[in-house]
Ligand binder design. Structure first.
Ligand code: NAD
Length: 261
């Protein structure tokens, strides 16, 4: 049921570290994967993740580039069954964010998801197994200090996913989103100096699993969502967050005993 043999997937933003886990999971399940990104180096590295993983340079904010991506994918593999909208920007200066940056970030994070799916639509509609997964985040549901743009964009994606799922259902296209918690990624690698132990320790108090997730773990959820095993699932947001969203303000420590301390 989770076998993706013979299916073709586009993964936007597929060049980055977290996405490599997603690309690997899809390739391991048998899919042919097109990694679409503006990052050539990461894209070429992704090609090593499977025999049928190819990199096509594409800017998801450029309609011509998106059209070329779709044409290039169909040219190479004959169709499109799966779109994973993962490309994103963290461009965000909170309250100080100027209008231009708001529009740029919303273009990458939200509008481009629609444009990629619109361009791929004729091929998705022709597929017997069409599925879309949009990457949102735990940030869609909580405030994070200093961030206004990114959480708003991720909240918009949860809503967009429901709209897409409703209006594309008659075409046999399922659409879901995935909400990772803190996941080992390029930015964490850079900020921590490659220190996974330190990163896990910072994340531990607000993830029930006591650590950050791995791209491969998020990828396993994506592979499930685009497979026939999830044939009854559409319009849903799937937490892949190590229990982050199950925690309330009390955290996972006993609060009531503190009353009598
Ligand atoms: N890292 C985390 O802990 C975490 C947590 C929750 C959700 N997420 C989500 O997971 C996804 C990946 O996050 P990440 O931390 O790996 O991000 P990242 O910034 O490392 O990767 C984003 C990728 O998108 C690509 N990209 C940006 N603009 C593009 C454009 N115009 N056209 C094509 N590609 C473009 C980048 O080149 C990059 O490869 C994002 O959607 C993010 O919101 C990440």
């Amino acid at each position: 049921m989770t076998d993706l043999t013979g299916r073709t997937a586009i993964v936007t933003g597929g060049a980055t570290l977290l996405a490599h886990g997603v690309v690997s999971a899809l390739a391991r399940a048998g899919a042919r994967v097109v990694v679409a990104d503006i990052d050539e180096e990461g894209g070429r590295a992704a090609e090593k993740l499977g025999d049928e993983v190819v990199f096509l340079r594409a800017d998801v904010t450029d309609d011509g580039s998106v059209a070329d991506l779709v044409a290039g994918t169909v040219d190479r593999f004959g169709g499109i069954d799966i779109v994973v909208n993962l490309a994103a920007t963290y461009l965000d200066d909170g309250f100080a964010t100027p209008r231009g940056d708001w529009l740029k970030a919303l273009d990458v994070n939200v509008v481009s998801m629609v444009e990629v799916v619109r361009a791929a639509h004729p091929h998705l509609r022709a597929s017997e197994h069409a599925a879309v997964v949009n990457f949102t985040s735990i940030s869609s549901k909580v405030a994070q200090t200093g961030r206004w743009v990114y959480p708003a964009s991720k909240a918009a994606i949860v809503s967009l996913t429901r709209s897409m799922a409703m209006d594309l259902a008659p075409d046999g296209i399922r659409v879901n989103s995935v909400s990772p918690g803190w996941t080992w990624s390029k930015i964490m690698d850079e900020l921590s100096g490659g220190n996974r132990e330190k990163t896990d320790a910072v994340a531990a108090p607000f993830h029930l699993t006591g650590r950050v997730g791995d791209g491969a773990e998020v990828g396993a959820v994506v592979a499930f969502l685009v497979s026939d095993a999830a044939s009854v699932v559409t319009g849903a947001d799937w937490a892949a967050d190590g229990g982050y969203s199950a925690l309330g303000p009390e955290g996972a420590v006993p609060a009531i005993p503190q009353l009598s301390e």
